[in-house]
Ligand binder design. Structure first.
Ligand SMILES: *[C@@H]1O[C@H](CO)[C@@H](O)[C@H](O)[C@H]1NC(C)=O
Ligand SMILES: *[C@@H]1O[C@H](CO)[C@@H](O)[C@H](O)[C@H]1NC(C)=O
Ligand SMILES: *[C@@H]1O[C@H](CO)[C@@H](O)[C@H](O)[C@H]1NC(C)=O
Ligand SMILES: *[C@@H]1O[C@H](CO)[C@@H](O)[C@H](O)[C@H]1NC(C)=O
Length: 464
């Protein structure tokens, strides 16, 4: 790839060789020790430089590649957007809203880190901050996120009202607004709670349609019904205000397919079944509108992506939405030891020619929520305009089109024979990245694990 480096490498190698020979010749004669010291220093520097060039040249000789996961450590509910020269990522840290910034999509171990919001104590949004998303709307940036008042510990007086125990009964949706049009330099302040009619609401997102802006989120049938969770839609008058009354709120998807149910494919006691993590996806060629959501349950291997397509004119009309019922559109791949894939978001390659999904998946699926790590893969489009998702895997895969600078030591190790692991060595030496090294990387919480049975973790599926 870098032919000029090859030429430089040869010159440096020959020059170093000449110096080594000179050194050996001088050594056989008596020369002052300070002269010898300078020879040794110069020779060492040149040898080291040519060896470094050799490694760089070797590691970039083939197409640049990356492997999954793209962030070391536990991470769930990733959301990525591209703005100007950077990708921005948020994910569930549980305690705050953290935003990461990286020039490359495929390595976040050397990303810049920003604490966008740390909630005050004792408010309705102080605990369990989940699934944040960062959206640019009308010139400002909005973080839409889930939080609750009681760290999933409702009082017995409230819990008794639920059909089953209902730790998440007080989860609601909130919005932060940026102070400026710059997503990185801005302060973020609480703007509003989104009206979900005093009912359970998690994983909310914006759905932008020619008829206006909508809030799509994971909901229950009523305040104390407590699962299964569905997808609900309401109309918004601006990014922080829901304008439809409860009577107009519509349910656009229920976990009614065998692969959406937990326990798997049961007709009774399916209360752990989920539809959640909705994300808008627009076919850039045809304009077809989709909601890609997560189905089954996030703590086990069957978690997967399902697909709704808007086939009518009114997003608030449930009959406008058509579910792809043949199965998940993105699901576990035992051959690659990737399980429980879901909660995806969508972005593009730096040159805008490719579509990419960012999702979480599990290797050791028996450990539930704490097994989740963040991954990315390219996807394409079928001839009918629906998304064509790949099988989830580890790679190595080619980096996104137009990505320059590896920013990833994993990339050089996969092609250059080095044994370094991602995030351990400095990316600056390889990719020329100027980003700072990640400090205090937050990890996702597995706090729900204490509340729910995980008997579905080992459930066998028909497709594996
Ligand atoms: C939390 O807020 C409630 C209601 O505003 C108040 O009664 C209570 O004292 C507060 N608790 C703490 C620890 O601040
Ligand atoms: C919705 O999408 C249109 C077309 O891409 C864009 O011009 C508009 O700003 C978007 N509106 C919101 C609220 O995101
Ligand atoms: C679901 O269970 C029914 C009844 O046991 C069975 O006939 C059917 O094949 C199962 N379907 C799937 C998709 O596993
Ligand atoms: C944000 O929360 C995470 C998870 O508790 C924590 O590890 C991280 O240190 C927090 N960030 C800051 C800047 O406090």
């Amino acid at each position: 790839m870098r032919h000029t480096s090859h030429g430089l490498l040869q010159v440096l190698t020959i020059f170093s060789f000449v110096l080594v020979v000179t050194f050996l010749l001088l050594y056989t004669h008596t020369v002052p020790s300070d002269v010898m010291d300078r020879y040794i220093t110069l020779t060492s520097v040149l040898l080291f430089t040519s060896l470094s060039f050799g490694q760089t040249t070797t590691s970039t000789a083939g197409p640049a590649t990356y492997t999954n996961p793209i962030l070391n450590g536990v991470g769930a509910d990733p959301w990525v957007t591209r703005h100007e020269d950077y990708y921005y990522m948020t994910y569930s840290t549980n305690d705050n809203i953290t935003v990461l910034r990286s020039s490359v999509l495929t390595d976040w171990n050397n990303a810049d880190v920003k604490l966008a919001f740390s909630p005050p104590v004792n408010t309705s949004y102080s605990y369990d901050l989940w699934a944040p998303e960062l959206h640019q709307i009308n010139g400002l940036w909005y973080v839409i996120f889930t939080a609750d008042v009681d760290a999933d510990s409702p009082s017995p007086n409230q819990d008794m009202l639920c059909d089953f125990t209902c730790p998440a009964v007080n989860h609601r949706m909130f919005v932060l607004e940026s102070s400026t049009s710059d997503p990185w330099e801005s302060d973020y302040n609480i703007k509003s709670e989104l009206d979900t009619y005093d009912q359970f609401a998690i994983d909310g997102t914006y759905f932008n349609h020619s008829t206006g802006l909508y809030h799509v989120y994971s909901c229950w049938e009523a305040q104390y019904i407590s699962w299964p969770s569905m997808l609900c839609i309401s109309k918004m008058s601006d990014p922080w205000t829901v304008s439809s009354p409860l009577s107009e709120r519509a349910v656009i998807s229920r976990p009614d397919q065998p692969w959406e149910k937990t326990p798997y494919n049961r007709t009774v006691n399916v209360r752990l079944s989920s539809n959640e993590g909705p994300e808008q996806l627009v076919n850039p060629t045809t304009g077809q509108q989709f909601i890609i959501y997560s189905a089954a349950r996030s703590d086990n291997r069957n978690y997967c992506l399902g697909q709704l397509e808007l086939v009518g004119d009114d997003p608030m009309d449930p009959s406008s939405w058509q579910k792809y019922t043949a199965g998940c559109v993105f699901y576990q791949n035992p051959d690659a030891e990737v399980y429980g894939v879901g909660h995806a978001s969508f972005t593009t390659s730096p040159d805008g020619t490719q579509d990419w999904l960012v999702y979480h998946g599990m290797h050791d699926y028996l450990t539930g929520w704490s097994a989740r790590t963040i991954r990315t893969q390219q996807f394409t489009w079928n001839s009918d305009g629906t998304p064509n998702f790949p099988r989830p895997g580890i790679g190595p895969y080619a980096v996104p089109s137009g990505q320059t600078g590896s920013g990833s030591s994993a990339t050089s190790s996969s092609t250059g024979g080095s044994s370094s692991s991602a995030g351990v060595s400095s990316s600056g030496a390889v990719g020329g990245s100027t980003s700072t090294v990640l400090q205090g990387l937050p990890t996702a919480s597995a706090s729900w694990g204490a509340w729910w049975p995980t008997y579905s973790s080992t459930w066998q599926t028909t497709w594996s």
